[in-house]
Design a protein around this ligand. Sequence first.
Ligand SMILES: [Zn+2]
Ligand SMILES: [Zn+2]
Length: 134
Amino acid sequence: MNNGYKTSGACLCGDIQFEAELPSNWCAHCHCTLCRVAHGAGYVTWVGFESDQVHFSQGDGRLQWYESSPGAQRGFCPRCGSTLFFRSLRWKGELHIALGCLTRPIDRQPQANVFFDKHVDWMPIDNTLKQTDG
Ligand SMILES: [Zn+2]
Ligand SMILES: [Zn+2]
């Protein structure tokens, strides 16, 4: 249905730019402590793609990866510090993109609050979504 439609994204400084082919696999708000600190935000909204759906138009050689827990890495721009990506052995073959770094719409709304047991009490929450812990 969305065949050929792409979304696109970039870091704050624009050094890293990419496109992702739709459809996406899922979209969720992650309330885990690692996401919160890495992004300096109450929670982080991620959209999941197969890795081969994501293509860099600029800067993939500059992208740096930080191993935030064993087997899990966060991709960021070394110039401006934007945290763009997440990949993990737990979700092999997938690349998760921070929705806030996309510059065009995707094909779905956030569906769930995950790691909800870690959520902070100072952030408004959409309680109509499915909630999972861990
Ligand atoms: Zn940048
Ligand atoms: Zn998280």
